[in-house]
Design a protein around this ligand. Structure first.
Ligand SMILES: *Cc1c(COP(=O)(O)O)cnc(C)c1O
Length: 362
C-alpha cells in the first residue's frame, strides 16, 4: 500500500500525460508559453478569481505574495503555530517577524479567537493556513483583518479544491497561495505553485517579482526572483486538473469510509458546517501515536506525522519572541496526530485494511 499513490495516478492518465509532455518538448517552449497561459486561465476559472499566477513552488508563492504586499523588515505577520514550516519561514526570510497563534481544536487551523490578543501596531497581516484540506474560518479572520486594517493570505497549499460556504479555497482572501508539490491534492511532477488574487495591482506585482522585477525585457523596476513554473509542469497539471473533481469526490468517499470504520475508536477529523475538505490528509488523533505508527509499518501500512514539532519551538525560530511560549492545542496535536494513506485513487478496500489494522493495534 502507498501513502499517496502517484504511480497509480500516472497509469490512469498515462496517455494524456505522455502526450502533454511530448508536446512541450517538441515545441521547445520550456519557459512561459501557451501551456502556462492556459493553465493560469484554467486555475482562475476553477477557483473563481480574476488572476491565477503560476510559480515555482508553494514556498515561492508565499514569498511572492509577501513581496507584493510590500512587507518590510520589522513588520509583524500573524500565522498559526501548527503548520508546515513554509507558512512562517517566508515571513522570517523576508526579514519580517512571524507572530504565532495557537490553533483551534476543532479544525486545527489558526484560532480566530486568539488572533486579536497578538495584534500590535506593527502587525501588517495574517497568514491563515488551511491545514489537511479544510479551509480556516476565513469569515472570522477576514472580519478581524478588516477591523485592524490588515491583509490576509490564505496558504492553500493543502486545500486547493476545498470549499468554504460554496466558494473555492484560494478565492477567500485578498491574496492566496497554493502548492503543486507532487503529494498535494493537485500535484505536478516536480515543484510548482500559484498565487491567486482579484486585485489587478497585486497580480501585476506578483508577475513582475516572479521574473526578476522585470517590467520590460532586461528593464528591472524591482529586485525580484526567478519564480516561474516550468512549462512541462503546467502541461502535466492541465491534464490532472481535468480529472481533479473526480479525485476530490473519491477522496471524500474515502474520508467517509474512514469515518464509518474508525468512529468511536480514535479521534477523527471534524469538518465544520459549510466547508468541504479536499482531504489532503486524513489525520487522526491517538495518544500512543508513535507505537501505533510502528505497528502499522510492520503491517506495511505507511503513515506520516504532520507535524511532530510546532513551529515556534523549531530551532530555526529560536530568536522569535514566541520561542518559549506555550501553545496548548498545537503541542497536543504534534504529539498525537497521525496521517493515514489518502489519495485521489484510493479504494474502499484499502481504507478498510488500514482501519482494521488500526482497530487491531490500539
Ligand atoms: C507544502 C506546503 C507549503 C510549501 O509548498 P512547496 O511547494 O513544497 O514549496 C506551504 N505551506 C503548506 C501548508 C504546505 O503544506
Amino acid at each position: 500500500m502507498n501513502f499517496c499513490d502517484l504511480n497509480k495516478q500516472y497509469q490512469a492518465y498515462q496517455q494524456e500525460i505522455d502526450a502533454a509532455i511530448h508536446s512541450v518538448i517538441n515545441s521547445s517552449s520550456f519557459i512561459n508559453g501557451k501551456e502556462i497561459e492556459l493553465l493560469e486561465s484554467e486555475l482562475a476559472s476553477f477557483t473563481g478569481v480574476n488572476h491565477a499566477i503560476s510559480c515555482s513552488s508553494g514556498t515561492d508563492a508565499l514569498l511572492l505574495a509577501l513581496m507584493a504586499l510590500e512587507v518590510k523588515p520589522g513588520d509583524e505577520v500573524i500565522c498559526p503555530a501548527f503548520s508546515f514550516i513554509a507558512s512562517a519561514s517566508m515571513i522570517e526570510f523576508y526579514k519580517a517577524t512571524p507572530v504565532f497563534v495557537d490553533v483551534s481544536p476543532i479544525d486545527f487551523n489558526i484560532d480566530p479567537k486568539r488572533i486579536e490578543e497578538k495584534i500590535t501596531p506593527k502587525t501588517k497581516g495574517i497568514i491563515a493556513v488551511s491545514l489537511y484540506g479544510q479551509c480556516a474560518d476565513m469569515d472570522a479572520i477576514n472580519a478581524i483583518a478588516k477591523e485592524y486594517g490588515l491583509w490576509v493570505i490564505e496558504d492553500g497549499a493543502q486545500s486547493f479544491g476545498a470549499k468554504y460556504h460554496g466558494k473555492r479555497s484560494c478565492s477567500l482572501t485578498e491574496i492566496a497561495t497554493t502548492s503543486f508539490f507532487p503529494a498535494k491534492p493537485l500535484g505536478c511532477y516536480g515543484d510548482g505553485g500559484a498565487v491567486f488574487t482579484n486585485n489587478d495591482e497585486l497580480a501585476e506585482k506578483v508577475k513582475t517579482f516572479r521574473s526578476h522585477g522585470q517590467t520590460k525585457r532586461y528593464i528591472h523596476k524591482y529586485i525580484g526572483i526567478n519564480g516561474r513554473m516550468d512549462t512541462l509542469q503546467a502541461a502535466i497539471l492541465r491534464v490532472k486538473l481535468k480529472h481533479f473533481e473526480d479525485e476530490i469526490t473519491n477522496r471524500q468517499k474515502a474520508a467517509e469510509q474512514y469515518y464509518k470504520q474508525l468512529n468511536g475508536h480514535v479521534l477523527l477529523p471534524e469538518i465544520v458546517e459549510n466547508r468541504e475538505s479536499v482531504w489532503a490528509q486524513y489525520t487522526i488523533g491517538v495518544s500512543q501515536r508513535n507505537e501505533l505508527k510502528t505497528k502499522l509499518a510492520q503491517e506495511s501500512i505507511p503513515t506520516a506525522v504532520h507535524y511532530p514539532l510546532i513551529l515556534p519551538h523549531q530551532e530555526a525560530f529560536r530568536n522569535n519572541v514566541s520561542a518559549q511560549e506555550l501553545f496548548e492545542v498545537s503541542e497536543l496535536l504534534s504529539e498525537t496526530v497521525l496521517s493515514l494513506p489518502m489519495h485521489g485513487l484510493i479504494t474502499i478496500e484499502e481504507i478498510n485494511q488500514v482501519a482494521n489494522a488500526i482497530i487491531n493495534n490500539i
